[in-house]
Design a protein around this ligand. Sequence first.
Ligand code: ACO
Length: 324
Amino acid sequence: MTIRAVVRGVGHYLPARVVPNAEFEASLDTSDEWIRTRSGIERRHFAAEGETTSDLGAAAARAALDDAGLGAADIDAIIVATSTPDLTFPSVATMIQAKIGLTTGFAFDVQAVCAGFVFALANANALILAGQARRVMVIGAETFSRILDFTDRSTCVLFGDGAGALILEAAGGEGTAADRGILSADLNSDGSHLDLLYVDGGVSTSGTAGHLRMQGNQVFRHAIEKLAETAHTALDKAGLSAADVDWIVPHQANLRIIEGTARRMQVPMERVVVTVQDHGNTSAASIPLALSVGKARGQVSEGDIVVTEAIGGGLAWGAVVLRW
Ligand code: ACO
């Protein structure tokens, strides 16, 4: 018998404040039309003053527990993917652990920017396969609004805040692609591309949180090629091909990247979960948000082959293939 990390529950949380594109027209030389046509984004949510990444993550965690019919005490480990922690330390994961009333097990953060959720999923899978944990809560939670330069029209219109959570549980499988659960993962990074996407502050440099800086068109050039390649590699590892894919649930950065990657993978857009129009780019939160929204829409259901793929600062990129 093979151990598999199977999805037991999913949930998400979006802050109440919705910011439509038009709101940026008052302070910047931009337009709703430019933002829609270049990115596909129509609106995003911004956290309220005092509302932190761990608040968003804890709300998503509670929603996932409800969906799974579990209590906090049923969780052995929490992994949070984030680049916008409440504090430099402790981890957002330990803060969420406390907020949902859990004092046992272990919790830690993973930092791979927009690819963070894919990296966290692969780590959770490895913990379950190694017998270190039976149930792992994997959360992507971000408050990117706090690191945006609202005078830079080329970045501030693209990002949003939110959180999503997935509960993985150890279950027996046959070791074939017919099993439910995570079937394969492919992770990559190339640190020589730091200048394409980074935050210009930090603990050991400026001593401040800094602001996001991005050469968007350069990231774009890397994105479609690397995303299609990592998705194909992960499918190969699982013994599957693009024809087996029921849903691509991609990182939601830009509709043109999502469409370009699907085209390159030869998967029709009818089989892609798209939420970027409503959420903007929520970095590590975008995939679990899309999984939760996709399930609620009736798009992702039990037995479906799901491919998640993401690229972000580092550059760091990867894909996970799972049977829902
Ligand atoms: N409104 C109006 N004009 C704008 C705006 C704006 N908000 N922003 C930029 N422009 C202008 C630029 O100044 C430029 O003008 P110029 O030609 O006079 O110089 C023009 O629009 C075109 O700019 P580009 O950057 O070439 O536009 P592009 O078509 O590449 O779209 C975008 C920009 C949306 C950023 C796109 O490149 C993109 O999505 N890149 C990838 C982002 C991404 O995936 N990031 C990774 C994840 S994020 C993470 O890891 C944190």
